[in-house]
Design a protein around this ligand. Structure first.
Ligand SMILES: [Zn+2]
Length: 348
């Protein structure tokens, strides 16, 4: 069968192997036929050789952590053949740490977790894959063309759950949300904010391309101005750019009792001049909270599946700006200017 692989640490070792071995039953009882995988920045970092780890004793890593497939068999009876399904990316560490021990692998304390297509577990960019039933998330049958958005949606479902838990430290009636960055994570964070009945603003530097229309179609307001020129102070900010100046501006912009959730990963090494004392003063005197959020556990994947099922299907489809057949895989991994989500199509 076909598999899209890299040799971790070797830049530009991306290839499509036509003779990759079938998944072994030890990988899990649920056998799935791949429909599609979504591509994100982590894949690009792995291809560049900056990141990624093959399973023990194996040279190559199968890519792909944003999965969508159809169940071929599930001996446990949890899922039925033909069911639409996505595989959960992270598996708990083997120790396990106190968080992994209770299914909170997204909060793993020792870093020994594994991740499909990223860290020591084969990914989902292959014709067939297997997972254990507890790592298979069933999807509404209507999501057959967009279900690969479940993984990025699980990330923002976790972010929103934690925002709400923090908000409920006191009486909390949030109204205004600022999302910075209108990539897939930012747009899906905005979708979940709209579903919560909040007034949503999305800020991105793009003035052309699909982003402004996608934000308007949600009923949200698009801004292509710097954060410090906005004329409101958000109750909640979800930062999805990882750009150091944007991150700092957002922390300074949050309103009274404001919550800032950081989801973008900065590359580091860039130093900027900023007034740490003023930021500290603003955070203390306004009861602000700034926190980071990454990954998602089973509960968040299920919340994400419900959120996608409720969303407008044509809006979700418009997030997918390119669908590339596996035969042209190299093209899928070559970024283009107006890309939002690029999908590798295993049915073509
Ligand atoms: Zn752990």
């Amino acid at each position: 069968m076909r598999a899209v692989t890299v040799t971790p640490g070797s830049p530009n070792s991306l290839r499509c192997d036509p003779d990759w071995p079938e998944p072994v039953t030890a990988e899990g009882g649920v056998l799935v036929e791949a429909l599609a995988v979504g591509i994100c920045g982590t894949d690009h970092e792995i291809i560049a050789g900056h990141y990624g780890e093959a399973p023990p004793g194996v040279r190559d890593l199968v890519l792909g952590h944003e999965s969508l497939g159809r169940v071929l068999e599930d001996p446990s009876g949890t899922l039925q053949p033909g069911d639409l399904v996505a595989g959960i990316v992270r598996s708990p560490d083997p120790v396990p740490c106190p968080n992994c021990a209770v299914g909170e692998w997204d909060m793993c304390r020792n870093g020994r977790y594994t991740e499909h297509g990223i860290k020591a577990l084969p990914g989902f960019a292959r014709d067939r894959w297997r997972v254990q039933p507890q790592f298979a998330v069933g999807l509404d049958p209507a999501l057959a063309r967009v279900g690969m958005l479940l993984e990025p949606t699980s990330v923002v479902a976790k972010a929103w759950e934690h925002i709400e838990r923090i908000g409920n430290r006191a009486e909390w009636q949030p109204q205004t949300v600022l999302v910075t960055g209108a990539g897939p994570i930012g747009l899906l964070a905005a979708l979940l904010a709209v579903q919560r009945g909040l007034t949503v603003h999305v800020l991105d530097r793009a003035t052309t391309g699909p982003k402004p229309d996608l934000v308007s179609a949600l009923g949200a307001t698009y801004h292509a101005t710097p954060v410090n020129e906005l004329d409101f102070e958000p109750d909640v900010a979800v930062e999805c750019t990882g750009a150091p100046t944007v991150v700092l501006d957002v922390m300074c912009k949050a309103g009274i009792n404001g919550i800032v959730c950081l989801t973008g990963v900065s590359s580091g090494g860039r130093k900027i001049d900023f007034d740490a004392g003023s930021l500290n003063r603003a955070l203390v005197l306004e009861n602000n909270v700034v926190f980071g959020s990454v990954n998602a556990n089973r509960r968040h994947w299920d919340m994400a599946a419900a959120a996608l099922a409720r969303a407008d299907r044509s809006w979700l489809e418009s997030l997918i700006t390119r669908r590339v057949p596996v035969g042209a895989y190299a093209e899928a991994y070559r970024p283009q200017p107006d890309d939002i989500k690029v999908v590798l199509d295993f049915t073509a």
